[in-house]
Design a protein around this ligand. Structure first.
Ligand code: ACO
Length: 323
């Protein structure tokens, strides 16, 4: 059987860091409140002239180098983003141009914070069926562009960044020991669009809009939904939760990550957390966290990994793979 294998991982954070202390000078908040309620200490912010595609390209180049590939090899680019450079073309098309990659398949996936997990499942369809030999799946976001900087309940939570995986086909035996993607669970409950949305768009207000969220309700759904998706994805992969070496969650809030861990009885030493340094980078947070944990020597080739996320929609999902 042909499996879709993760053969390279890379990430990029814009250099400018905004601390909680700095935010507390412009909105009524404090370093203490933000750390206690979210675990966030700082976030990165893109420069004014640095669009999402620039972050995506940096992450993609690092992932390609990690895989021993170049832009010339890339035949599929999927960018998971909710903050595209333009309404169209897709940010993936701009990334293809900036990378100098050849004519191939390129498009965006919009599932907000779950975008990276959704994009991985879409890419799997191309790679495992022989339509792509070298795919880039990129999560790239500039959530700071969507903030209402007067709303302390949201503006402290988000940051900018990008992460990328290179995916290539690998022969497997059809068992859980194969390198590559083993199982998915994806969900959307559109009855809950009101809990987390941006109040603008081309066909409504004609503006970009600002992020609006009923945080405590999103929180409640997050723990339950993510836990359910992890169980479903591990079942789809024919693995048990104790088999999993690493959980790489979407980084929204340290309390959500802990809540899922407690609900499923996960060993906290097996759960990667970067929310303190990155804040919530939406679709970029999983590949950013993954790259961090590979670079610091925790996640190694051959490890069984589960990635999971929830975001606006509400969308949520999980994916199990062997690195
Ligand atoms: N600084 C100080 N006080 C604040 C701040 C702030 N930045 N933000 C809110 N407060 C106040 C509120 O106004 C409220 O005050 P009140 O009691 O006087 O009305 C009080 O803190 C408590 O507000 P809650 O919303 O009940 O606080 P909660 O403990 O739920 O924490 C938070 C809020 C951090 C947003 C939490 O609900 C959360 O993390 N929710 C998940 C949302 C999330 O991460 N979404 C990201 C996208 S979806 C995803 O990625 C999973």
């Amino acid at each position: 059987v042909v499996r879709t294998a993760v053969t390279g991982v890379g990430s990029y954070l814009p250099p400018h860091i905004v601390t909680n202390e700095e935010l507390s000078k412009t909105v009524d908040t404090s370093d203490e409140w933000i750390i206690e309620r979210t675990g966030i200490r700082q976030r990165h912010k893109a420069a004014d002239d640095q669009p999402t595609s620039d972050l995506a390209v940096e992450a993609a180049l690092r992932a390609l180098a990690d895989a021993g590939k170049t832009a010339a090899d890339v035949d599929l680019i999927i960018v998971a983003t909710t903050t595209p450079d333009n309404t169209f073309p897709a940010t993936a098309a701009i990334v293809q141009k900036k990378l100098g990659a050849p004519v191939g398949i390129a498009f965006d996936v919009q599932a907000v914070c779950s975008g990276f997990v959704y994009a991985m499942s879409v890419a799997d369809g191309f790679v495992a069926r022989g339509h792509s030999k070298c795919a880039l799946v990129i999560g790239a976001e500039e959530m700071t562009r969507l903030m209402d900087w007067e709303d302390r309940t949201t503006c402290v939570l988000f940051g900018d960044g990008a992460g990328a995986f290179v995916l290539e086909p690998r022969e497997g035996q059809g068992t859980k020991d194969d390198q590559g993607l083993l199982g998915f669970a994806l969900r959307c409950d559109g009855s809950k669009t009101d809990l987390l949305y941006v109040d603008g768009g081309p066909s409504t207000t004609g503006t970009v809009g600002h992020l609006r969220m009923t945080g405590n309700q999103v929180f409640r759904h997050a723990v339950v939904n993510i836990s359910e998706a992890i169980v479903a994805a591990t079942e789809a992969a024919s693995i048990a939760i104790p088999d999993v070496d690493w959980f790489v969650p979407h980084q929204a809030n340290a309390r959500i990550i802990r809540g899922v861990g407690e609900r499923l009885g996960l060993d906290e030493n097996r759960v990667i957390s970067t929310v303190d340094l990155h804040a919530n980078t939406s679709a970029a947070s999983i590949p950013l966290a993954m790259d961090t944990a590979i670079k610091d020597g925790r996640i190694k080739r051959g490890d069984l990994v589960v990635i999971e996320a929830m975001g606006g929609g509400l969308t949520w999902g999980a994916c199990a793979f062997r690195l």
